[in-house]
Design a protein. Structure first.
Length: 462
């Protein structure tokens, strides 16, 4: 039994050694620009590793990521290359968790990876990568080229080109250890402008999950000789400022960009709505409103999602939340009226909402229109006429007359609102035709003739 265990241990050690040897050979080949050898050696290492890079010691992991990135760069796969090269910088930003999985040594970079392994007793260590300067030297020219391409494409309104290029700039900077999420933000905006919703949604989610808020402090000074203002990193700015009296620069100032976190949450919600991802949107807005309780935009988007998903009660609740946040929101009052008017038991409530909308805006024609139709009971008017005719045929005159009296009363009560509708929108043929009928029904002959003529004139113009 001891011999079997010993044999397995030897096999395991030989396996790990072979992986190290292949990665090392690939790394040396990449440094000497022998891409073919580097690629073949990496392919052998990948076949053995099966994606389990945590089997490699941190130094070998660093070489692996570096070599993988370089070979991808040489083959023109910039985005994938940048993702691998960025892992080198990440190794210096996260702890390494070392230990054993049975007899096999493991090295997980980052607590998330370590926790996901389920292996207990891992020891927390630090690791400082050595290849970041080499990556920066290699990547910087590519950053400049990608940034120029992104800006040029954006200025030319070629958003389908600009979005991926801004993302490439972000990835390359991250690979060089200089992560700048502003470029990721630029890519998200540009993807959205290109109507590339899947990529826009992915970028905004990444920004939100990372806690990005757009706040940056920028440092400026004016060159005394040229009078031109230049931007500096903070360290250089601090040094130059100490020599302001005798140095080449003056007018030192800094400015902090605004916090755009709420904008990110609202834009992400809008993108989800456009993509018809209603359940995701509702879950997002519920969490976002805890963070931004005063955001009417989040509540509005949540309400639209409820409406489109057929969740009427939830939509009503969101509209009430909206008017609580903004009592001057005529559209939400109008929408409350529309929803409530569909329920016969809530007609009085609906009337109150419509009246509130026109109280806010006395010229808000849609509210007058819906208020008029609701009071007239337009949807059921033909039923009332049919019932009237049925009762007349049955010689039930009193009951028939009562139906017609009620109808005339409804029309008389609706008339002032129909007149307001016409005043707010005098070129609306529907309003003119309706008023003609109401004046006829209420036996106002002069007004009937006036609006009959208006109707004819408007129809002749078409």
């Amino acid at each position: 039994m001891k011999k079997i265990i010993l044999s397995l241990a030897v096999v395991s050690m030989t396996f790990a050694y072979a992986q190290k040897k292949e990665v090392s050979a690939a790394f040396k080949a990449a440094q000497s620009n022998d891409v073919a050898t580097a690629t073949s050696q990496l392919a052998a290492a990948d076949a053995a590793l099966g994606g389990k890079t945590y089997l490699l010691e941190p130094e070998v992991q660093e070489q692996y990521y570096f070599t993988k990135g370089v070979t991808l760069l040489k083959s023109g796969k910039t985005v994938e290359a940048a993702q691998y090269l960025a892992k080198v910088a990440d190794m210096g930003k996260q702890k390494v968790y070392a230990g054993k999985d049975g007899k096999t040594k493991v090295y997980f970079v980052g607590k998330a990876q370590a926790d996901a392994s389920g292996i207990s007793g891992l020891k927390e260590e630090s690791y400082q990568p050595t290849l970041v300067p080499k990556i920066a030297e290699m990547v910087n020219p590519m950053v400049q080229a990608a940034n120029k391409a992104a800006v040029d494409a954006y200025d030319a309104k070629q958003y389908t080109v600009a979005g991926p290029k801004f993302r490439e700039v972000y990835n390359l900077l991250k690979a060089a250890g200089q992560e700048n999420k502003q470029y990721l933000y630029f890519s998200g905006i540009t993807y959205a402008m290109a109507e590339d919703k899947p990529n826009a949604i992915a970028v905004y989610k990444e920004l939100i999950d990372s806690g990005y808020n757009g706040v940056q402090t920028r440092y400026y000074a004016t060159e005394k000789k040229s009078g031109q203002e230049q931007e500096f990193d903070k360290s250089s700015w601090d040094l130059l400022k100490k020599t302001e009296a005798t140095g080449e620069y003056s007018g030192f100032r800094n400015e902090t960009t605004p916090n755009i976190e709420q904008e990110l949450y609202e834009t992400y919600a809008g993108l989800l709505l456009d993509a018809e991802k209603y359940d995701e949107l509702i879950a997002h807005t519920k969490a976002a409103k805890v963070k931004f309780p005063k955001s009417a935009r989040l509540t509005e988007l949540e309400g639209v999602a409820y409406y489109r998903a057929g969740k009427t009660d939830d939509f009503m609740a969101s509209l009430k939340e909206l008017v609580a946040k903004n009592p001057q929101d005529k559209i939400s009052y109008y929408n409350l009226g529309v929803i409530a008017s569909k329920d016969p038991s809530k007609l009085q409530e609906a009337e109150g909402y419509f009246k509130k909308a026109v109280e806010i805006d006395p010229n808000y024609a849609p509210a007058y229109q819906n208020l008029t139709y609701m009071i007239m009971d337009v949807d059921n008017d033909q039923k009332h006429i049919d019932k009237y005719n049925e009762l007349r045929k049955a010689q039930k005159s009193a009951e028939a007359n009562k139906i017609m009296e009620d109808r005339r009363a409804r029309f008389a009560r609706a008339l002032p609102f129909a007149e307001k509708w016409y005043q707010a929108d005098p070129n609306n043929l529907d309003a003119v035709t309706l008023l003609k009928g109401l004046y006829q029904s209420t036996r106002n002959e002069a007004k009937f003739q006036e609006f009959k003529a208006k109707e004819a004139a408007m129809k002749n113009k078409k």
